[in-house]
Ligand binder design. Structure first.
Ligand code: FES
Length: 60
């Protein structure tokens, strides 16, 4: 996985940022949003982020 890949262009949040937030205990979209700001502007990244969390939950 390319951790530098941006998953939320509005807030310039990368996959690595989401993973870090997950490691800090944010395991839902809502918590990740609060922690990183991802999804707090246009919201278009919402489904991608949800999928990402689901996919990587077990690896944390
Ligand atoms: S792309 Fe994430 S809020 Fe716009």
């Amino acid at each position: 996985m390319n951790k530098n890949k941006i998953i939320c262009p509005c807030k310039k949040v990368t996959k690595g940022d989401i993973l870090d937030a997950m490691k800090n205990g944010a395991l839902t979209y809502k918590e990740v949003k609060k922690e990183t700001g991802a999804g707090s502007k246009c919201g278009h990244c919402k489904e991608d982020i949800k999928k990402f969390i689901k996919k990587h939950k077990e690896d944390i």
